[in-house]
Design a protein around this ligand. Structure first.
Ligand code: ZN
Length: 633
């Protein structure tokens, strides 16, 4: 229990509460304040009063039951199942005794588990209900992730209390307060995003990814060997989204002893862990030595805490963060950082798409305050065609290939492009825009689809209502067929006629897409369509640049592949802003930043974007090199 005298905020809250409130314990869950009571009446009626207090102290405050008054689990389980309407299709009920919470997983929570239902559960059982959506597609991965957190709830409770104590211990904003950022990756390159933010109080990593296109470890991993970085003093890792070049190195931090928190959105947590487990799996199959083990990924899951879009949360004594939709992939966030209690405000975009995608809404543009913008520039070079035009081109390519008896290979990133492409292709086959044909899905994509079905509120409203209310869910469409084993892959190539194959990885840098490419390359009726960014040096980039003789080395053996299949690319499906959108974004931001720092782009495009921003807005614009350190204020 946090001693009240230590923390003025707790005294203040307790003073605001009515007498005879039965509070026997107070605890922090990060920046949230939890009060445990043994007074049943107070617990079930204090809602309005607590709302009032939250408005006064501007912190999240929750009242929960002391363990002594909780209805015993088995009986509570039965009572909950009686209270919740059958239509909610409850899948699972978990009791988190350490926190007096009951997690209820339902297929249709929004429609059937209303505030009245949760209040009834509280009144009958004294457990505080936490409602979660179960994925429509069953997923062992999501189960494992949620279960890992649940099994470690005692540990997580203690960790959150520690973090809260440090947050509420406060900090001194002296005259020589400063903010610095070291660029440990993604500086004039795409991949291995890793920014190290320091203040006199805090040391925070913004993303910590690997460069999947690099062919050696020096270029693949962020440079954490710099003298200012000490893993033992790291306070937090904030992850913008679930692409490997933004999180793939985090388990490595746990391998070397980091035991602090990772912050991201819920979909990012699930997808990120799935991608890491998959990378480990592929690495082992391809005989590579992965830089970490499954245990390190589990350690990361144990330490991961999630935020919703728009929720303002303290992560250290002097840094407050807010995630906003970035329009890039499911759960992707722009990260707003209020540093030093309003001293300086930074927006780190991660990857973003100003106009949104078929699945996701537009990237956020409005902030209370903003001085420094740190922006990605993946597509700093060139302007992409519009979505409709790209879709027409794309479907025409598929139509032609199917009619001439070929197979279409769509290499995709497991998260993002895969789901966007599935949406387009499924709809086209279902509505007869292209001839009826099978759509095969290979690699991680299936699990990631399952995660998508658990978080419809992260889609744009149009998609989430058509998919999740009308029952026309493309991710559960019977037109999609799963390929799971090497035997099935082989059979598909040898025995199946014209079809569409969607497989990871998007740059043909490992994974099943490489297998299909090698098998399909020889036949000129087949076609490959590249839809995502192709990193320098990857097979995808070489094909994109016109190479048609591919020499493959495997140990001492070499194999020459003469590429006869048709190679095409479609740019308009990208989850990134193109050059025009990147430059326009500055003008759309409210308020307009005073300084722009460009990261995560190839040098040439990045410098072009910097020139245009400076010309149009007269704002100081930097494109730091690897290992540069900038004093922000
Ligand atoms: Zn990304």
């Amino acid at each position: 229990m946090a001693k009240n005298g230590e923390f003025p905020i707790l005294n203040r809250i307790l003073e605001l509460l009515p007498p005879r409130n039965g509070i026997v314990e107070t605890a922090f869950e990060g920046a949230n304040i939890i009060l445990y009571t043994n007074n049943r009446e107070f617990l079930t009626t204090c809602g309005p009063k607590i709302k009032e207090i939250v408005n006064t102290v501007k912190k999240r405050v929750e009242v929960r039951a002391d363990q002594s008054i909780l209805v015993q689990n088995e009986l509570a389980d039965k009572q909950i199942r009686d209270i919740v309407p059958k239509e909610a299709e409850v899948q699972d009920i978990w009791f988190d005794t350490n926190r007096s919470l009951v997690v209820i997983e339902s297929l249709w929570p929004k429609r059937y588990i209303t505030p009245e239902v949760t209040q009834k559960i509280l009144e009958k059982t004294y457990w505080s209900p936490m409602i979660r959506r179960a994925p429509i597609i069953k997923s062992d991965l999501i189960k494992t992730i949620r279960y890992t957190q649940f099994m470690n709830s005692d540990y997580r409770r203690k960790l959150l209390d520690d973090i809260g104590r440090r947050i509420y211990a406060g900090f001194e904003k002296s005259r020589d307060y400063w903010i610095r950022i070291s660029f440990l990756g993604a500086a004039r390159e795409v991949g291995r995003s890793c920014l190290f933010l320091q203040t006199p109080e805090s040391r925070i990593l913004l993303d910590c990814g690997v460069n999947v296109a690099a062919d050696n470890r020096t270029d693949a991993f962020p440079v954490i060997t710099v003298p200012e970085f000490d893993i033992g003093r790291l306070d937090a890792v904030i992850v913008t989204h679930a692409h490997t070049d933004h999180h793939g190195f985090i388990p490595f931090l746990y391998k070397y002893g980091y035991r602090g928190p990772v912050y991201c959105t819920e979909p990012t947590r699930d997808i990120m862990a799935s991608m890491q487990i998959d990378a480990l799996d592929i690495g082992q199959k391809e005989g590579l030595q992965p830089p970490y083990a499954l245990q390190d990924i589990k350690e990361m899951i144990k330490h991961t805490f999630t935020f919703d879009y728009g929720t303002v949360s303290d992560v250290t004594a002097d840094v407050r963060t807010t995630f906003l939709n970035a329009g890039h992939v499911l759960g992707s966030g722009l990260v707003h950082l209020n540093v030093g209690d309003g001293y300086h405000n930074i927006l780190y975009t991660g990857d973003y798409k100003l106009s949104g995608t078929k699945l996701l809404g537009r990237a956020g543009t409005k902030f209370q305050r903003l001085e420094t913008l740190i922006m990605e520039t993946t597509y700093g070079k060139g302007v992409s065609p519009g979505f409709a035009e790209s879709e027409e081109q794309f479907l025409e390519m598929i139509r032609k290939t199917i009619r001439q008896g070929g197979k279409v290979l769509l290499p995709v990133l497991g998260v993002g492009r895969a789901q966007e492409v599935i949406l387009i292709v499924e709809e086209a086959v279902r509505t007869g825009k292209i001839d009826k044909t099978d759509i095969f899905i290979d690699g991680m994509v299936w699990d990631i689809n399952a995660i998508h079905t658990a978080y419809p509120e992260f889609f744009n409203p149009r998609v989430s209502s058509t998919i999740f209310e009308s029952g026309n869910n493309p991710f559960t469409s019977p037109l999609l067929k799963r390929v799971g084993s090497q035997k099935e892959r082989q059979k598909l190539i040898e025995e199946h006629g014209p079809c569409i194959i969607i497989a990871t990885s998007g740059m043909l840098a490992g994974g099943p897409s490489v297998f299909y490419f090698e098998k399909l390359a020889d036949d000129k009726r087949n076609m490959i369509i590249l839809t995502s960014y192709q990193g320098p040096g990857t097979l995808g980039r070489r094909l994109q640049d016109g190479e048609r003789t591919i020499i493959k080395r495997e140990g001492t053996r070499t194999q020459t592949i003469e590429v006869k299949m048709d190679i095409n690319g479609v740019k308009g499906f990208s989850g990134h802003s193109d050059q025009k959108e990147l430059v326009d974004y500055i003008g759309k931001l409210i308020p307009k930043p005073k300084r722009v720092i460009l990261v995560h782009g190839e040098k040439e495009g990045m410098l072009e974007v910097a020139r245009q921003i400076h010309k149009r807005y007269r704002i100081e614009t930097n494109a730091p090199r690897l290992l540069d350190v900038l004093r922000i204020r």
